[in-house]
Design a protein around this ligand. Structure first.
Ligand code: UGA
Length: 462
């Protein structure tokens, strides 16, 4: 059993703290946000992560986890100090290290001799060296630095911690890396002990690769759409190849969240400032941005002009099972719809309380998906919540003014949805023929008849 301080009580910090406590360690989660610490002490978790509130409660009742807003209270008795503060995107796409610098300054001043500083925040290559250099300025006690990147997915972070695909540790001091590894006992998985810079790069390269897979399948989806193939089947067929694998090949509105956009941009920035030409990564970003535009284009194809149209958007969080709205494709889509002159009615199972300040004032938040679609000209599925896969299509059809479904996450069965009387457009889901030959027509307003001129102007094959 070790005494551990986790600096930064955000997603990564609280999940790491709770799970290390579950493994039997004594944990203090530290944050300079006094209100957040007061809320955590009162048993309130500031965001939605399945199982986390319950695990924190259990650990607190067993006396395994405590919360503090003071470095001099939380750090001196800790043998391991984890840094899990946020590293937002700076003005030029680089990771902003201010929170890391401040944390290192404040923890180093009260560090116990031989403590290990473990960096879990996603930081630019070389930050481990910077942490060592900075900490040395504020303390004279001996210490070690270990980079231990996290690979936790929001929505399944606790499960990911309990059974990780791998543990990566980077350090100049192998004994320190092994001591950090011992904290994870009895977790079993492949372990890689390497140097700090390589460990830091593994994190960026992993996220950039996953984002690349998604942008790749989205590019394939665009081609499928033109040529009449179904990308969901294409992805299945590809996924059986063990060299490719089945995951992260879901075409749709694209990726968002607090990690991929920030990390891909930061890697591009690191590449460019170190004199290389990150052309693939730039294309990955560009394809992702275009996914939102392509969805608006589909609405145009189905409805003609979007001016004064009412569009129901189902799903606001950046992915299902979280209320996180950071860089959410759904929110970016709503911005585009707003600039097209649309009225937006939106619904999300958990993210609505946090969504209001991010949406145009005219956007209406609704209590159910059926309320959201009432009187709408089209419905867009923007986040793949399970609830949307189980929608009552007849009820939906009765509530919509124009029965158009743009399935931005390929949640629904195209044939069943069309059979229920909808104009259905997914992402990359051809039906064996080029799209223009098969595109069913919505009931457009007279002035907006989506004639072949619209199809032609926008580049669809006639
Ligand atoms: C991601 C990584 O998956 C984690 O391994 C990593 O630890 C984390 O970032 C991080 O750096 O902290 P997360 O941001 O929680 O985790 O979300 P993902 O599950 O990776 O999804 C990212 C985005 O890609 C979502 O918007 C999701 O809807 C989208 N996505 C995912 C697709 O569009 N298609 C797919 O096939 C998979």
């Amino acid at each position: 059993m070790s005494r551990i301080c986790v600096v930064g009580a955000g997603y990564v910090g609280l999940v790491t703290g709770a799970c290390l406590a579950e493994l039997g360690h004594d944990v203090v989660c530290l944050d300079i946000d006094h209100e957040k610490i007061a809320a955590l002490r009162a048993g309130r978790v500031p965001f939605y992560e399945p199982g986390l509130a319950e695990l924190l409660d259990t650990m607190r009742s067993r006396g395994r986890i405590a919360f503090s807003d003071r470095y001099d209270e939380a750090v001196p008795s800790a043998a391991f100090v984890f840094i899990t503060v946020n590293t937002p995107t700076g003005a030029e796409g680089q990771a902003d290290l201010e929170a890391v610098r401040n944390a290192v300054r404040d923890l180093a001043a009260v560090l116990s001799p031989h403590a290990v500083i473990v960096n879990k925040s996603t930081v630019p290559i070389g930050t481990g060296d910077l942490v060592e250099y900075l900490a040395r300025r504020y303390t004279s006690v001996p210490f070690s630095v270990v980079s231990n990147p996290e690979f936790l997915r929001e929505g399944s972070a606790i499960a990911d911690f309990r059974s990780p695909d791998r543990i990566v540790l980077g350090s100049r001091n192998r004994a320190a890396a092994e001591a950090v590894l011992a904290l994870y006992e009895p977790v079993r998985c492949p372990v890689l002990i390497t140097d700090i810079r390589t460990a830091e790069m593994i994190k960026y390269a992993s996220n950039a690769f996953l984002a690349t897979r998604i942008s790749f399948i989205n590019e394939i989806a665009a081609i499928c759409e033109r040529l009449g193939a179904d990308v969901t089947e294409v992805a299945r067929g590809m996924g059986f190849d063990h060299r490719i694998g089945a995951e992260f090949l879901e075409a749709g509105l694209g990726w968002g969240g607090s990690c991929f956009p920030k990390d891909v941009r930061a890697l591009i920035h690191m590449a460019a400032t170190s004199g290389t030409h990150p052309q693939l990564l730039r294309a990955v970003l560009e394809i992702n941005r275009d996914q939102r535009l392509a969805l608006v284009q589909k609405l145009h194809t189905a409805l003609g002009s979007l001016e004064d149209r009412t569009i129901a958007v189902l799903g606001l969080s950046f992915k299902p099972n979280t209320d996180d709205l950071r860089n959410s494709p759904a929110i970016e889509l709503i911005d585009l719809l707003y600039y097209e002159g649309c009225q937006v009615r939106a619904y999300d199972p958990v993210a609505m309380p946090r969504a209001r300040p991010l949406l145009p004032a005219s956007a209406r938040l609704c209590a159910t998906p059926y309320e959201a679609v009432a009187g709408a000209d089209a419905v867009v599925i923007a986040t793949a919540w399970q609830e949307f896969r189980e929608l009552d299509l007849a009820r939906l059809r009765a509530a919509l003014r124009v029965p158009v479904i743009i399935d931005g996450r390929n949640c629904l069965d195209p044939a069943a949805t069309r059979a229920a009387g909808f104009v259905y457009l997914g992402v990359g889901r051809g039906s064996g023929q080029p799209l223009a030959a098969t595109l069913p027509r919505a009931e457009p307003r007279e002035a907006d008849e989506p004639d072949t001129a619209i199809l032609g102007r926008d580049g669809w094959t006639r």
